[in-house]
Write a protein that binds this ligand. Structure first.
Ligand SMILES: *[C@@H]1O[C@H](CO)[C@@H](O)[C@H](O)[C@H]1NC(C)=O
Length: 261
């Protein structure tokens, strides 16, 4: 072999090594970035019911969808969190359909943490209530939007009537950080409290279903880092004329808490 041929072989070899290492670096970068799972927040509100034609929880959801509340979220929030929002009809059927279309196994492939934040109206209560408990007891004092009015019906058949499920959200810590948020017009008008009873209507039905869904979902070991659910009751417009902004900012505070933990 002459010197020229040896040189040619050497340079081909160098080029090959170069291509292989660039490929390897690209592969590592792609594998690293795509393997990092995002987090998901499901946000729900309710539409009209009984004499309530303008449900603030529905309007809060719409404002999240329009990006109105982005200003209250930390920089980079959207890079690590996806938001899926939905306005539910006030009915058992709507709640059942909502959870039926969520495939936890599928989600666990894409998301490390999944959190549900539900909102419902508690018109006459003068505070935002982060609800701690929901009860396995569907007893409605009025029919829902589909005309169903259960009496002492089980939501979860394998647990006794009245059984309580509680949230995994650190609600008491959240309450104090929310109270000190200067962007809120509360507590000059209304307060933020921790509630121990999500009521006896579709709000309790939704919250119990959600706690059951997330807590039994976790038992199925789909390998989420965490999956949890929180329900917040919001007051009516007469008690807090800024209920949409206040409610949305509180949801942002809860998200910030999740983001930083
Ligand atoms: C179910 O809820 C209704 C309405 O709040 C209540 O009257 C009843 O005592 C509850 N039943 C149980 C077993 O908790």
């Amino acid at each position: 072999m002459n010197n020229q041929a040896v040189d040619q072989k050497k340079s081909i070899f160098t080029v090959l090594i170069g291509i292989i290492s660039i490929g390897l670096i690209l592969w590592i970068v792609i594998a690293f970035t795509t393997n990092r799972k995002k987090n998901l927040i499901y946000l729900t509100g309710f539409s009209e019911f009984a004499s309530t034609t303008n449900n603030p929880t529905q309007n809060i959801v719409k404002k999240f969808e329009s990006g109105y509340f982005d200003q209250y979220l930390p920089n980079g929030f959207g890079k690590t969190y996806d938001l899926q929002s939905c306005v539910l009809e006030v009915s058992i059927d709507a709640v059942e359909e909502y959870f039926d279309q969520i495939d936890l196994k599928d989600l666990s492939k894409k998301y490390a943490n999944v959190h549900f934040i539900h909102m419902g109206l508690y018109d006459s209560y003068p505070a935002f209530r982060l609800e701690y408990y929901a009860h396995n007891n569907a007893t409605f004092s009025v029919p829902d939007q589909k005309g169903n009015q259960p009496y002492e019906q089980l939501i979860e058949t394998s647990k006794p009537l009245g059984f309580a499920r509680s949230t995994d959200f650190p609600v008491f810590d959240m309450q104090s950080s929310i109270r000190s948020d200067p962007q809120l017009s509360i507590p000059s008008t209304v307060d933020v409290v921790v509630g121990t009873d999500a009521g006896t209507f579709v709000c309790n039905y939704l919250y119990y279903s959600s706690l059951m869904f997330t807590q039994t979902g976790n038992d199925l070991s789909y390998e989420f880092d965490s999956i949890s659910s929180l329900f917040m009751h919001v007051p009516g417009y007469t008690l807090d004329e800024n209920v949409e902004d206040d409610g949305g900012i509180i949801v942002c505070d809860v998200m910030k808490d999740l983001f930083s933990s």
